[in-house]
Design a protein around this ligand. Structure first.
Ligand code: HAM
Length: 431
């Protein structure tokens, strides 16, 4: 049985063949996302992967609606796997808004599903780091989010030479559109053309623009001028104060495909332009109101960063760490008569938080030792009896090749005492 196209299996390291997705790399990305969200004071939330279809059809816009994984369930409900997190967040906030202090600073790491054509950087499922601030109109919130986005990418080892945040504003485009008397009903259609400018042939874009009463020449000249609006100027100043100005440029090519964005929008790209967008987001000040049918009205903004492009980029720049097996102690059960005593020591070590493994069944000593090496254990531990019949534990540091002999009852204290000094590998957060 094959897995479905566009879906991934994640294997533990070391990977036995090229082209597989690494569960360790995924964990590393999740840990980094969580760690940065925490540093910026964001709180984790989650919602269901399956939602009423309607949540996405009315709010997200044509592009995503065309990619929905939707079906009718056994109770004749129209449902869809979530293609993005933002409508769920808006629904959750509208339902419990009174129970929290504002502004909300929330993040989530959902798995999302879009029936897209499989290509570089695009699959049919991906994980996304979503960070959103709800309940704050001031551009200080936009700057805070963009700073989080920049710092997240920096913490993976990427620098301003690797990526850039292209900052734009739908407000600027709205003024442009209305100033030239564009028909209000065509506004979103106009944004869609701008969104595709870089991906479509100029003649095709021009033709579409002319149908709405615009020309590619005037649109291009507006982009080239790139005059920042007041809100963008405030955001740039805020980021400059943090020393992050080099990471951002005003670029009106960016307008974002999703229908709900209302103001500042932005996307993160690799500088060389080899990859699809690493992340994208912006303001959506009307979505909570729309989803709560007018009951709750809160301004909001956020971004989503996918794991697929990020992994491609980190791999291309050789920035993924080498994932070593995370094992502190491998117990060598060389004398089967001592297995019961071994189980007690193993259990105590695990209860003390150490990562411990051993051979489940009787095996030759050299095979057991080879396994300890394969698993990259920091220590091996053997139990043995001295000539007087006293039970002793022989602990060996495989790297330093140093042996110590201690009483079994002292093994935990002895190893814990070394944990700080020698840097054990058992804690996946440190892997
Ligand atoms: P989005 O631009 O559709 O925004 O997706 C954000 C990021 O998710 C993209 O830049 C890309 O890295 C990744 N991504 C999207 N689709 C795929 C795919 N098929 N395969 C792999 N990666 C993908 C949103 O989803 C908004 N809801 C983000 C947001 C949060 N806006 C406000 N808050």
């Amino acid at each position: 049985m094959e897995r479905l196209p566009g879906f991934r299996d994640f294997y533990p390291e070391p990977l036995p063949q090229p082209g597989l997705w690494s569960a360790n790399a995924r964990q590393y990305i999740f840990n980094t996302w969580r760690s940065l969200a925490r540093r910026y004071g964001f709180h984790e939330y989650d919602g269901p992967p399956l939602e009423p279809l309607e949540l996405f059809t009315t709010k997200s816009g044509e592009e995503i609606v065309g990619q929905l994984y939707h079906f009718t369930d056994k109770s004749e409900r129209q449902v869809s796997l979530r293609p993005e997190m933002t409508p769920t967040l808006a629904r959750m906030i509208a339902a419990c808004e009174r129970g929290y202090k504002k502004p909300f600073k929330w993040f989530a790491l959902p798995q999302l599903f879009r029936y897209e054509r499989q290509q570089k950087g695009r699959l049919r499922e991906h994980f996304q780091f979503n960070a959103d601030i709800v309940g704050e109109k001031d551009p200080a919130a936009d700057a805070e989010l963009i700073a989080l986005l920049i710092d997240t990418l920096r913490s993976f080892g990427l620098t301003h030479e690797d990526f850039v945040i292209r900052l734009s504003s739908r407000n600027a485009w709205q003024v442009f559109f209305r100033h030239r008397h564009g028909a209000a009903t065509q506004e979103y259609a106009f944004y869609q053309i701008i969104d595709k400018l870089e991906r479509e042939a100029p003649e095709q874009s021009n033709e579409k623009l002319e149908r709405l009463g615009f020309s590619l020449a005037e649109v291009s000249s507006f982009i080239a001028q790139g005059e920042p609006t007041a809100e963008l100027t405030a955001i740039l100043a805020n980021l400059a104060a943090r020393g992050l100005r080099d990471y951002v440029k005003v670029d009106y090519h960016v307008i974002r495909g999703l229908a709900y964005y209302t103001g500042v929008v932005f996307e993160a790209f690799d500088r060389k332009g080899e990859f699809r967008a690493i992340a994208g987001g912006g303001r959506y000040d009307n979505l909570v109101k729309l989803i709560s049918q007018g009951r709750v009205d809160l301004p909001a903004l956020g971004f989503g960063m996918g794991d697929v492009v990020l992994l491609e980029l980190l791999r291309a720049r050789a920035l993924l760490p080498k994932f070593t097996a995370a094992l502190d102690v491998f117990c060598l059960v060389e004398d089967e008569n001592l297995r019961v005593e071994f189980l007690k020591v193993i259990h105590d070590l695990r209860a003390a938080g150490l990562a411990v493994d051993y051979s489940l069944t009787a095996a030759k000593p050299d095979r057991q030792f080879k396994r300890a090496q394969e698993l990259n254990a920091t220590y091996t531990l053997k139990l043995e009896r001295d000539p007087a019949g006293m039970l002793l534990a022989r602990i060996k540091n495989l790297e330093a090749r140093q042996e110590s002999v201690v009483l079994p009852a002292e093994v935990v204290t002895w190893l814990k005492g070394r944990q700080g000094q020698e840097g054990f590998r058992g804690d996946p957060a440190k892997a």
